[in-house]
Design a protein around this ligand. Structure first.
Ligand SMILES: [Zn+2]
Ligand SMILES: [Zn+2]
Length: 291
């Protein structure tokens, strides 16, 4: 079996892991007496994005095949797949995933349309790994195009992208505590709980997919200390699938509508989700009013 087949086999095992992890999660909540109606409704809201995602499966495949192969055709060299090229290819894909994830948190249009859906639940369990907006399937692949332009085998890069995605399923759990030997190097349940936290010290932290070293290198790493509170800084307070999908997009639209200047509307789209325009100059004071 060659290295690509082994990687695909590993991906298959990781994908199937949810068939064990999800029942275990349900059993744990049931034993703690937490498997009540609101909890189940929240879980159903989290799996609701699977419906449009499955319906669009053919469109994703066609879109990615076209984009990836077009870039691969432009590559100056075509790199053979061996054990020695798999490692740099994996590091590149994991780094591109970090960049994509950070961009999704720091550019409001991307945050509102694609990524905020993943963060909007006040719960943290295996179903959150499935709470992915259907928009993500069109936006995230763009960030992996450099790997095809460099000339890595498209089949290898697609397998590695699949690996960094399916790896992240198991980390959506409160069952596993801190793992002192792994937490400094890998994205673990503890590191990823931090990523889903709304406390100030946890915002925009731990973007890594498989390796957490990128966060330590780029200054976005935070250890889990205070018990994490999950969700959005403006809580969604709904389990309606339509609201789950459109909550941050409609907040962005409201801000754009209320803005009085075009430069503020543009900045709302492309700046950090927490950005607010400076108050207008008070003509009588000749300066911005004090808060
Ligand atoms: Zn995120
Ligand atoms: Zn997550």
């Amino acid at each position: 079996m060659n290295v690509l087949d082994q990687l695909n086999q590993l991906n298959l095992h990781l994908e199937n892991l949810i068939l064990i992890l999800l029942p275990l999660e349900l059993f744990r909540r049931w034993r703690k007496g937490q498997l009540n109606r609101p909890c189940v409704q929240e879980m159903l809201a989290s799996v609701s994005p699977l419906i449009p995602t499955l319906l669009l499966d053919g469109a994703y495949t066609a879109y990615m095949t076209l984009a990836f192969m077009a870039c691969y055709q432009l590559a100056p060299i075509h790199i053979p797949t061996t054990l020695f090229t798999v490692i740099p290819a994996f590091l590149l894909v994991d780094l591109l995933s970090y960049i994509e994830h950070r961009f999704a948190h720091e550019v409001r249009l991307y945050w509102a349309m694609a990524h905020s859906v993943h963060h909007s639940s006040p719960q943290y369990d295996q179903t959150i790994g499935l709470r992915i907006s259907f928009v993500d399937g069109f936006t995230a692949p763009i960030f992996y195009l450099p790997a095809f332009l460099i000339g890595f085998d498209p089949l290898l890069i697609v397998s590695l992208i699949t690996f960094v995605l399916v790896y992240q399923q198991w980390i959506h759990t409160e069952t596993v505590g801190r793992l002192p030997w792994l937490d400094p190097w890998l994205n673990t349940p503890s590191n990823h709980r931090v990523h889903h936290g709304v406390q100030t010290q946890y915002l925009d932290k731990n973007f890594g997919a498989v390796l957490i070293i990128w966060d330590r290198l780029f200054g976005t790493y935070e250890r889990e200390e205070e018990t994490v509170i999950y969700g959005l800084t403006h809580p969604i307070q709904s389990v309606n699938p339509w609201v789950v999908h459109t909550f941050e997009a409609s907040r962005l639209w409201q801000d754009i509508q209320q803005a009085t200047r075009w430069q503020d509307r543009i900045q709302y789209l492309f700046r950090h989700p927490g950005w607010q325009p400076a108050p207008a100059i008070d003509p009588q004071l000749g300066r911005q009013p004090a808060n």
